[in-house]
Design a protein around this ligand. Structure first.
Ligand code: 5GP
Ligand code: ZN
Length: 129
């Protein structure tokens, strides 16, 4: 059983932000910003590529509700909603989850994208297949 399934089963303690019959939201044990929250379905799916649409829609919809509440009540200025898919992307727990990262003007979270000079038309052709 994966670590999040263990948390859902109550075998590992967690700080619950929200729970219903389908979803659980908990504070991340490693707080990247104050209020860093993980939202996960109670049913195990590895990642965003293998979850079905109904469960995904429910997950993202509740993530939005919780993000609004967290940003508002913790007096954050905004947030990042983050999903890692696959080890290469940084996913370490292979049970789909969205990170809600409340953002503050003075926080030290640094998410930066590099800027590569790829051929965009070539990429579009390849995506189209
Ligand atoms: P990922 O890297 O898969 O996108 O995110 C996994 C997250 O789960 C990490 O931010 C990590 O800190 C968090 N995490 C790992 N184990 C536990 C745990 O036992 N309890 C809680 N609350 N968070 C955990
Ligand atoms: Zn699981």
């Amino acid at each position: 059983m994966c670590i999040f399934c263990e948390i859902i089963e109550g075998n590992i303690p967690s700080k619950k932000v929200y729970e219903d019959d389908k979803l659980l939201a908990i504070l991340d044990i490693a707080q990247a910003t104050r209020g860093h929250t993980l939202v996960l379905p109670k049913k195990h799916f590895d990642n965003i590529l293998d979850i079905d649409k109904d469960n995904l829609e429910n997950l993202i919809s509740t993530t939005q509700d919780l993000a609004k509440k967290i940003v508002n009540n913790l007096k954050a200025e905004g947030c990042n909603i983050l999903n890692n898919c696959g080890e290469v992307s940084g996913q370490s727990v292979h049970h789909i989850h969205f990170h809600i990262l409340p953002r503050y003007n003075n926080d030290d979270l640094d998410i930066k994208f590099p800027n590569h000079d790829y051929d965009l038309d070539e990429i579009l052709k390849e995506i189209d297949g």
